[in-house]
Ligand binder design. Structure first.
Ligand code: CUA
Length: 320
């Protein structure tokens, strides 16, 4: 890993496709550039000052016009279609992917695994399994980039961005922040460890006795902030019940609708009056500034665990 590499390793299901498209693009651009340069040279010689040839040259050639525009149009449309296909595969999160929360902060990556394992600037994932990262930020925009996976996505304050991948080889791979985010942006780097499923299970179990799952941590946060004193399933409560709401359409007081996803849950914790459920008054206090992003992630995981059937469809927020 120490020698200078022109190209990073191919270590995810996207890598081969992205590289093929890249090289095809290079080929097209190289051909177009070469042909143009040669024609410039040829015309410069043929029609140089003093040459007589241009006097009776034709003004227009339909065959020539069609002959050069059509092949170019076909190639450009093919490039678009090919790129769009890869783009869609990058952004369509498959069902059942393991969900990991990643929070960017000047200048580090904080990572929370579903079983409660946590790490900073390191990400351990199993090979051959789908993983989806719920990316967000505590301060400014960062961007999570693993060159060997050929995928990246911004970590934006105030929303979850979902990024998925399936690693295809074990090993250690560079992780970069690829959005300028201040003084130590260049040091906001880390390592992705792709492990065999067996190794990964063992890694996840390290310190098992002290581990509390993300959803259970969220339950503790829920109790600490006394969310349950208003949110209950009974009639006449001040807040709507929170069971089996994930993935469902919710009617709002202003007549619009919203699908309950990670972003809606997060927003409703930090900005409760942004989208008030139908039949309720905007009486919930904001928890912005009182609750850490890690706690919000835990609460969201807890609320999703209250909708066990829906939460399994991990791709809800990723494909809308
Ligand atoms: Cu974080 Cu650049």
């Amino acid at each position: 890993m120490n020698e200078v590499q022109l190209f990073p390793e191919q270590a995810s299901v996207f890598a081969g496709n992205v590289d093929q498209l890249f090289w095809f693009f290079m080929l097209v651009a190289g051909l177009a550039g070469t042909i143009t340069a040669l024609l410039v040279l040829a015309f410069a010689i043929r029609y140089r000052a003093g040459a007589q040839r241009y006097r009776h040259s034709p003004h227009h050639s339909l065959l020539l016009e069609i002959g050069w525009t059509m092949p170019v149009a076909v190639v450009v449309v093919a490039l678009f279609a090919w790129g769009a296909k890869i783009f869609v595969s990058l952004y369509s999160v498959p069902d059942g992917a393991t969900e990991i929360y990643v929070t960017g902060k000047q200048w580090m990556w904080k990572i929370q695994h579903p079983n409660g394992q946590r790490e900073i600037n390191e990400l351990h994932v199993p090979v051959g399994e789908d993983v989806v990262l719920n990316l967000t930020s505590e301060d400014v925009i960062h961007s999570f980039f693993v060159p060997a996976f050929r995928t990246k996505r911004d970590a934006v304050p105030g929303r979850y961005n979902r990024m998925w991948f399936r690693a295809t080889k074990t090993g250690e791979f560079h992780l970069f922040c690829t959005e300028y985010c201040g003084t130590d942006h260049s040091r906001m780097i880390g390592t992705v460890y792709v492990q065999t499923p067996q190794e990964h299970m063992e890694w996840l179990r390290e310190g098992e006795d002290a581990l509390v799952s993300l959803a259970d941590r969220g339950g503790v946060v829920y109790t600490r902030y006394a969310c349950g004193s208003c949110h209950a399933e009974e009639e006449g409560e001040r807040g709507p019940g929170l069971e089996n709401i994930y993935g469902k359409v919710r009617q709002l007081a202003d007549g619009s609708q919203v699908v309950v996803d990670e972003d809606y849950l997060r927003e409703s914790i930090l900005y409760p009056n942004a989208k008030v459920a139908l039949g309720y008054k905007p009486v919930m206090p904001t928890f912005k500034g009182q609750i850490s992003q890690q706690n919000v992630n835990e609460l969201v995981a807890y609320l999703k665990s209250l909708s066990p059937d829906r939460a399994k469809q991990a791709s809800l927020g990723g494909t809308k």
